[in-house]
Design a protein around this ligand. Structure first.
Ligand SMILES: Cc1ncc(COP(=O)(O)O)c(C=O)c1O
Length: 363
């Protein structure tokens, strides 16, 4: 045995580890604890979805359909895009990683707002490219002018998270179009719309409208949030042919299991039930936001399935207080907490914890 260890790429030094939302541990005396830390759908699978997943699981001695033929056909029909403009992956974060592999490496730059989805800096650093973080505005929104100003000859990819995780703020049509008009055609803009189904403001554009006549724009969507398939890992991109083809090249072979493919197809077929559930969550979002404002909090307008409270130095204290009350939230120490909209009982517990916390004197 020698003391030598394998040489690992220097790009990995200091890569922050992805922090998943904490699970909802049973709180004191076995009381229920709700997990509001990962922006998941709190409801069980839609009708027919569990059945297709179970049926597919009977054949998991076989590899899945590598081309995701059934899912691609269903997506093409549902979103009115040719199959040649679609690519699937292991969650939309898997597709985001493929996009980086396809566009950027050492010496290249990747721009995103900060704070935004925490996977962006991780996957950027792993690619070897340099992350360029552009601070959000005071109102927790993308600063699109500053992002456009940050573009250089080395920029290869720009993530635009709409609505933004974790602040919930969304970008309006005119602003986004103006930004896209400023981005050179050889820079890929990824419109990450993981929370699109929760958007209710008609002025927030659907990326699928914007990408059509812009070859450098690609849209990322997921089955993890509104569709409730977070545990199955399936997401997709809609992009012009060269980008979609590059995504097929960078995909992990057989990355999307047959269970995930079949469950996703069944979810698309249960659109009506899906919409009803999403509508319920949107109504809860309005109730939670309203009550927080009544309690005296400043709550950025959210178009996603979570709310954001900027708490600064009191962030971890708030998260601990919420946990004692039976709700696990997602703290970003020193910045704020993101709280997923869950079932009404969970939201009630969170609101109670928030009200109690306001009464506590600041340390
Ligand atoms: C903005 C955004 N994009 C992508 C993802 C990744 O979702 P998934 O990989 O489960 O599709 C998330 C998950 O939290 C997200 O918030």
């Amino acid at each position: 045995m020698t003391d030598e260890t394998p040489k690992l790429r220097a790009a990995l030094d200091g890569v922050p580890t992805y922090k998943p939302g904490k699970p909802g541990a049973a709180s004191a005396a076995g009381a229920v604890s709700y997990k509001l830390s990962s922006n998941e759908n709190p409801y069980p699978p839609l009708p027919g979805v569990l059945e297709s997943a179970v049926a597919a699981s009977g054949a998991f001695n076989r590899y899945p359909d590598m081309a995701c033929t059934g899912l691609m056909a269903a997506l093409a029909e549902r979103f009115d895009v040719p199959v040649t403009r679609l690519a699937t992956g292991t969650g939309s974060v898997g597709v985001a990683q493929q996009l980086l592999q396809a566009t950027a490496g050492p010496g290249d730059e990747v721009i995103f707002a900060w704070r935004s989805f925490e996977a962006y800096p991780i996957i950027t650093q792993i690619s070897g490219a340099t992350a360029v973080r552009v601070p959000l505005t005071e109102t927790e929104e993308h600063d699109l002018d500053a992002m456009a100003d940050a573009i250089t000859d080395r920029t290869r990819l720009i993530f635009v998270c709409n609505p933004n995780n974790p602040t919930g703020a969304a970008i309006r049509r005119r602003e986004l179009e103006r930004f896209l008009d400023r981005v050179p055609g050889d820079v890929l803009v990824v419109l990450d719309e993981a929370y699109r189904e929760f958007v209710r403001d008609e002025d927030i554009p659907d990326g699928l409208e914007l990408y059509r006549d812009r070859p450098n724009v690609c849209v990322l969507r997921t089955f993890s949030k509104a569709y409730g398939l977070a545990g199955l890992r399936v997401g997709f991109a809609v992009a012009h042919e060269p980008v979609a083809a590059a995504l097929r090249k960078t995909a992990v072979p057989f990355g999307v299991s047959q269970i995930a493919q079949d469950a996703a197809v069944a979810s698309l077929a249960s659109e009506q039930e899906l919409l009803e559930r999403v509508e319920g969550l949107v109504a809860e979002r309005a109730r939670v936001s309203r009550e927080l404002v009544v309690q005296g909090w400043t709550v950025p307008e959210t178009q996603a399935n979570f709310v954001w409270l900027r708490l600064g130095a009191r962030t971890t204290d708030f998260a601990a207080a919420a946990e004692r009350a039976g709700v696990v939230v997602r703290p970003f120490p020193g910045e704020g907490v993101r709280v997923t909209i869950g079932e009404p009982e969970a939201n009630d517990l969170f609101l109670q914890a928030a009200a109690e916390f306001r009464k506590e004197p600041e340390a």
